[in-house]
Design a protein around this ligand. Sequence first.
Ligand code: GRF
Length: 218
Amino acid sequence: MTPSPPAPLPVAVLVSGGGTNLQALLDALEGSPLARVARVVSSRADAGALERARRAGVPTAVLADSADGGEIVAAVEGARLVVLAGYLKRVPPDAVARLRWRVINIHPALLPAFGGPGMYGRRVHQAVLASGAAVSGATVHYVDEEFDRGPIIAQWPVPVRPDDTAESLAARVLAVEHRLVPQVVLALARRGVPAQPVRLHATGSTFVMGDRIAIELE
Ligand code: GRF
């Protein structure tokens, strides 16, 4: 008798905001045999991301105390992988320790630059423009005890344009985030979410012409 295929890997998503990265993940994993969004956990009851989860029929929870590591571990119970998608709170060290190498975060810049406490949203892109950097991008990394410091899993570049504002740069980086997060989740699911850090590399040219963004990782 042919063995039945393994169930899609359950993924929990932690959110604080509108949830466009969550939406990109929900859309990319729809019908996937590899992974599924099993739960959405928010640090705020009014996060727009919760409405996206409900529309997709995914169970949701709102943290009473995001500084309580035990509450977070309980909230993601059953998930093999935890994705921070626009989650603005620091994950408590005890939760990080219990979920080591199973929690990843998306950051809208090329870490280790332009990361750390307070570096989120518009501020990140303003800092990139102020630095004169010619390239920005998105980073998916493991979460450790500090903001934006865990080992990098994958990055994708976004050229900075001379007429860029923080908003126009943020929009192009967000478009890359929406492709990078699902690619990394699928790559980790294919590998069974190893208990040691994975580094993914871009295949082919990473710069794109026009608006076709084709992220391929190995
Ligand atoms: C994204 O740029 C993400 O990298 C950052 O917060 C922004 C909003 O994310 N952490 P979302 O629309 O809530 O997914």
